[in-house]
Ligand binder design. Structure first.
Ligand SMILES: [Zn+2]
Length: 144
């Protein structure tokens, strides 16, 4: 399944397109996905968040951001005390630990996103889950 193109290069990220594709695919009965975006984006310092935003950790605005990648994330990178500032530093000095932590985060994010989809299917609430994500993606696109 091909990813739909972002609606605009500034307001919508590939992460948003990926999530939309996952939700649309599941709604059409697809139950297996294979995608390089979580790891490729991580290697390029781009991480997903539950707010819908995709952070580019190389950006200067993270130089003194001592919060985790995503406080709502359960992954090792977010729970180990690694901050956005620390990851930015690791990326800036080409330390491979940055790639590892960002990859752990993005893969955990996608696994948890799919777990939420599965839970909504089991609960019979997938349609509202899909509508909620669509609205969240639209709101994030407007706020970027
Ligand atoms: Zn995380």
């Amino acid at each position: 399944m091909r990813l739909p193109p972002p609606r605009s290069s500034r307001a919508t990220s590939w992460a948003s397109a990926l999530r939309a594709t996952l939700v649309q695919g599941v709604s059409r009965g697809v139950d297996m996905f294979d995608c390089v975006l979580p790891t490729r984006n991580a290697r390029n310092a781009q991480v997903f968040t539950w707010s819908g935003a995709q952070l580019k950790l190389r950006n200067a605005r993270f130089q003194r951001d001592f919060t985790p990648i995503d406080a709502a994330c359960r992954c090792f990178a977010c729970k180990s005390g690694a901050t956005r500032a620390y990851l930015r530093h690791l990326f800036s000095v080409d330390e491979i630990t940055a790639l590892t932590l960002a990859t752990i985060h993005n893969l955990t994010f996608i696994q948890d996103f799919m777990a939420r989809i599965r839970a909504s299917i089991e609960a019979g609430t997938f349609a509202s889950f899909a509508a909620d994500w669509s609205a969240r993606e639209a709101a994030t696109a407007r706020s970027v």
